[in-house]
Design a protein around this ligand. Structure first.
Ligand code: LLP
Length: 393
């Protein structure tokens, strides 16, 4: 994918080292200028009159992030009532919030309908019946979309691929017709459209073209059914290897695929749910070196952040670029960078080439704004990481 930065932006990360030295580590540092530039780039690239972008809240629910994304005018895509409420609190209008997820409880559905969310993305026939019952008891019409499993391979890590027949998500194409009819005919439902999502960290745009073709075929098959919205999900990937070369994903190329290949009906809207592409590059996990340990075969840099603060390397074999942001050394050495948690997978990088590193140095684990802070845990009775914004709070 061509990730060229557009509009003459040349953002290279710079860290307020003195502020970070004073701060308690580990902590997430967010560059709000880059976040704002990224939001501007999304809004510009998605300026097609039929396009509406939602932010996938699950990527980062830090209130400082949520309120900035809400202020940029995006809608919110949520997967629990906790996320719905966090989005409302951050300023997203309820009508611009979509609530998805395979296991919504009765309590969550009831609360979401009472709050007036814009749409429930329904993942099964069983869930649809529960929504009808609850809507009838509340005396409301529930706005719903059906999440269809498009059977398009996103070619990403198997833990974050979602659009295949074996995945738990969505409704199989072969089971769709009776549910479309139920949505059209039930007096308790207001059918909004179809929802798709093929997976996450998608860096080759070809699967999105295949998704458009699948949707076009479906629209033909369901000619005569009103389908006001097509929601194509999220998943646009980012450059973890070289965040400074590509701080902002190529949103133009991404939206262009849909503008060119999706055959829309008159007045039909296209919804997008981007998470990682919006917030990943603006965040870094800042961690302090506790020890530099000489082993028999290796040198270890032991840091105060662990898999509890950033689980992506341990869970998906992900690699976040590691930088020593305080070293002035000109010579380099090779280290394994590891955390303090009692698991061998608590490792951020093997054979990392870093400037000669010492106890007390600060390292930045880059591209950690998405699925970083929000996936932190207190395993080993560890404290959750804090956060710091480049501007303000
Ligand atoms: N829409 C739906 C229905 C989703 O399931 C997801 C992500 C998104 C949108 C947003 O995807 P994004 O644009 O952020 O790729 N924890 C994993 C990623 C899990 C993604 C789950 N679903 C990671 O750290 O890579």
């Amino acid at each position: 994918m061509d990730n060229t930065v557009r509009g003459g932006l040349t953002h290279a990360a710079s860290f307020p080292v003195e502020r970070l030295r004073e701060a308690e580590t580990p902590l997430y540092y967010y560059d709000t200028r880059l976040l704002r530039q990224t939001l501007d780039a999304v809004n510009t690239a998605a300026s097609h009159p039929a396009f509406r972008v939602h932010y996938a809240v699950k990527a980062n629910t830090n209130p400082g992030i949520l309120s900035r994304v809400a202020a940029a005018g995006l809608g919110a895509d949520t997967v629990s009532i906790g996320e719905v409420e966090a989005a409302v609190a951050a300023g997203f209008p309820a009508a611009d919030i979509v609530f998805a997820g395979v296991g919504k409880t009765d309590r969550e559905i009831t609360r979401a309908l009472r709050l007036g969310v814009g749409c429930l993305n329904v993942e099964s026939a069983e869930e649809l019946e529960v929504i009808i019952e609850i809507a009838a008891s509340l005396g409301v019409k529930a706005p719903v979309a059906l999440r269809v499993n498009p059977e398009v391979d996103a070619h990403t890590h198997h833990y974050i691929t979602t659009g295949l027949a074996e995945n738990k998500f969505g409704i199989a194409l072969s089971m769709l017709r009776p549910l479309m009819e139920r949505c059209r005919d039930s007096e308790h439902l207001d059918f909004r459209g179809l929802h798709f999502h093929i997976g996450s960290q998608v860096t080759d745009l070809t699967p999105y073209r295949l998704l458009c073709e699948r949707i076009n075929a479906l629209q033909e098959e369901y000619e005569g059914f009103p389908i006001p919205w097509i929601n194509v999900g999220g998943g646009l990937g980012i450059d973890y290897a070289d965040p400074d070369a590509h701080p902002i994903p190529d949103f133009d190329a991404y939206f262009e695929i849909f503008a060119r290949h999706l055959q829309l009906r008159p007045d039909q809207e296209v919804h997008f749910e981007l998470g990682r592409a919006i917030v990943a590059q603006c965040g870094s996990l800042i961690t302090r070196v506790t020890y530099v340990k000489q082993g028999v075969a290796k040198k270890f840099v032991i840091v105060d952040a662990g898999m509890t603060d950033l689980i992506r390397p341990a869970l998906y074999q992900a690699h976040h670029k590691i930088e020593n942001i305080t070293s002035t050394a000109t010579e380099e050495a090779v280290y394994d960078v590891v955390g303090p948690v009692c698991e061998s997978s608590d490792c951020f990088g093997r054979d990392e080439r870093l400037p000669i590193t010492h106890r007390g140095d600060l390292l930045a684990l880059r591209s950690a704004g998405a699925y970083g802070e929000v996936m932190a845990s207190a395993y080993n009775c560890r404290t959750l990481p804090g956060s710091l914004f480049s501007e303000g709070d």
